[in-house]
Ligand binder design. Structure first.
Ligand SMILES: C[S@@+](CC[C@H](N)C(=O)[O-])C[C@H]1O[C@@H](n2cnc3c(N)ncnc32)[C@H](O)[C@@H]1O
Length: 155
């Protein structure tokens, strides 16, 4: 039995539902609670995690990828999620991870981050230089939640 999706995903689902294209990159997908929640709603989902964490089989419209595989792809995702993951990534690897996510985004796509142990300023310093603009934010109970829009590498 899967748990509920991240609160931040439920919060922004109405916005995502209005998008015409629904291709999702779920970075650090864990037990797939967000990936399957969106897949059941008809989204095309790419769930990315570390080797050893990925156990399920690929389903139609749900692909499971290793983080290293993502470096060679260009998914053109118009929604990316990174919930409860950033604080687990070594600080010297975070920029590379954000660059890889950006390289897989469609221009105008949304990137939703929810994390502990970061301030909004920390997130902006990491994410805005990769071609994103913050369009919304809020505080979770123990987390910071920020929604960014991808403006493109050369905006
Ligand atoms: C706490 S779980 C959160 C899972 C999911 N995002 C959620 O909200 O339920 C963190 C996940 O991030 C993954 N993770 C940690 N470091 C990662 C990295 N460098 N690249 C990809 N996934 C990573 C972990 O393997 C784990 O599955």
């Amino acid at each position: 039995m899967l748990t509920a999706p991240a609160g931040s995903l439920s919060r922004y689902l109405p916005l995502f539902e209005r998008l015409q294209k629904k291709t999702v990159l779920d970075y650090g997908s864990g037990n797939l609670r967000n990936a399957i929640y969106l897949h059941r709603r008809g989204y095309r989902v790419y769930a990315v995690d570390l080797p050893g964490r990925i156990k399920s089989k690929t389903l139609p419209r749900l692909s499971l990828l290793f983080a290293d595989e993502l470096k060679d792809l260009s998914l053109d995702a118009n929604i990316a999620l990174c919930t409860f993951v950033l604080n687990l990534i070594d600080s010297n690897k975070r920029i590379e991870v954000m660059d890889t996510i950006a390289a897989n985004m469609a221009s105008g796509g949304y990137f939703l981050v929810e994390t502990r142990d970061f301030t909004l300023r920390d997130l902006d310093l990491l994410i805005v230089p990769r071609g994103f603009a913050r369009v919304h934010d809020q505080r979770g109970r123990y987390t910071v939640i920020a929604l960014y829009k991808y403006l493109g590498a050369y905006h």
